[in-house]
Design a protein around this ligand. Structure first.
Ligand SMILES: *Cc1c(COP(=O)(O)O)cnc(C)c1O
Length: 404
């Protein structure tokens, strides 16, 4: 069980007022808030053992290296990777996807096909379009239906011996749909294609086991999991990480450099050129411990209660339509009110202390599907409360009265 009052005291930002009202933070799908223990871990690193890693013989450098590599092992255990060097530490999901998409340049040829879904964030669309431009490969799209679910029967028809790679998110950031990724992976493997799963939106709500999924690549960002911004992971199966060339050249990623020939470092360092976000990686490890201590089952159960409560409550508002009505959803409600621009609702309820996201949520194809400019998105985390949802309800009613 979740002790919500205790949890809320652990997040200092939640204590403040915004525009004179207690902050109600419902923009968790964009980034989560950080508990004090994560903030402390960043401060502690810079205060007591800041040093560059992997090179120094001195004590601080060894301490920093140990803490950095311990965080990698925490991530390995959390996502259940077979080897710690299958966890590449990156700047986040977008960076991780670009490492793979750029690496595939030498592995694809003209006429090869790669498959994306209609439910993706721009981060999981644009790098692949750039890959197609470089290689002449063709991008195919798994369509969605009115509920915001992927049409798997059409996916199966898209798969052929030409398909080399499939990349879909586990959870849609714009609608909250949980996609059936195990099925998607198995079907791709059946015809010999590799699969990348974008876990940026799911990783804070659903515990992922990369070996059980048998996924080839999995990417996520720390900042949506109570960790800091600018840090993330690329998990890759060892055989794939050997196949992909390095993404960036520089220090840390080499074995030996001469002007005639440079040899690359072993995994994971081959993909970790330059000084990484050391404090961020260590704090990511702390965030992983924090959410595991709460327990993913507890988090999912509580967030689902929030989702059910909010869905019922908001649907009482006349003219309000929810986009994304899949039976399998995380705690995201994307909605519009008839005749009112989503942006206007966002601005008014911000004055009442409520933070929601408005716009296309970096997922324009989904908005095009529904033929809307955007939505208002309220996305919940385990530190939100039923009372806050009541405040949202009242704020929307107020905004509606003012705008119509
Ligand atoms: C947030 C998000 C991204 C992008 O993550 P960054 O941390 O901005 O790189 C990609 N995909 C999904 C589904 C997301 O929710």
């Amino acid at each position: 069980m979740i002790d919500i009052q205790k949890i809320r005291t652990e997040f200092p930002i939640l204590k403040q007022k915004v525009n004179g009202k207690p902050l109600v933070y419902f923009d968790n799908a964009a980034t989560s808030q950080k508990p004090q223990i994560v903030i402390d871990s960043i401060v502690n690193y810079y205060t007591t053992f800041n040093a560059n890693i992997h090179r120094g013989v001195h004590t601080l450098s060894q301490k920093a290296t140990n803490a950095f590599e311990e965080a990698r092992v925490k991530l390995q255990k959390h996502f259940n990777a077979k080897k710690n060097y299958e966890i590449i530490l990156t700047a986040g999901t977008t960076h991780s996807i670009n490492i793979v998409a750029t690496g595939f340049t030498s592995l694809l040829k003209k006429g090869d096909e790669i498959i994306v879904s209609a439910l993706e964030h721009h981060s999981n669309i644009v790098p692949w379009q750039m890959l197609c431009e470089r290689t002449g490969a063709i991008l195919k799209v798994i369509p969605m239906n009115e509920e915001g679910e992927l049409q798997l029967d059409i996916y199966e028809k898209l798969l052929s011996e030409k398909t080399k790679l499939v990349f879909v998110n586990h959870v849609s950031n714009a609608l909250g749909t949980i996609n059936p990724i195990k099925k998607i992976i198995d079907k791709a493997h059946h015809i010999g294609a590799a699969v990348l799963i974008d876990g940026a939106q799911s990783s804070a709500h659903i515990k992922t086991d990369v070996q059980a999924l048998d996924v080839d690549f999995y990417v996520a960002s720390a900042h949506k999991m109570c960790g800091p911004t600018g840090v993330g992971i690329l998990y890759g199966k060892e055989k794939w990480l050997h196949k992909l060339p390095p993404y960036q050249g520089g220090g840390e990623m080499i074995k030996q450099v001469t002007f005639e020939k440079t040899t690359y470092a072993d995994l994971p360092y081959k993909f970790e050129a330059g000084t990484p976000n050391i404090a961020g990686v260590i704090a990511f490890g702390t965030a992983i411990d924090y959410i595991n201590n709460l327990g993913f089952d507890n988090i999912a159960a509580y967030e689902d209660e929030l989702l059910q409560y909010a869905t019922k409550k908001l649907l009482q508002i006349e003219g309000l339509k929810i986009y994304g009505t899949s039976k399998t959803k995380t705690a995201v409600i994307s909605f519009n009110i008839e005749g009112i621009h989503p942006y206007d609702i966002g601005v008014i309820i911000d004055k009442l202390g409520i933070a929601v996201r408005t716009g296309h949520h970096c997922a324009q194809p989904i908005m095009d599907f529904y033929k809307i400019p955007g939505t208002v998105r309220a996305s919940f985390a385990f530190y939100n409360t039923f009372e806050e949802i009541d405040l949202l309800y009242e704020a929307i009613i107020k905004a509606k009265t003012m705008l119509s």
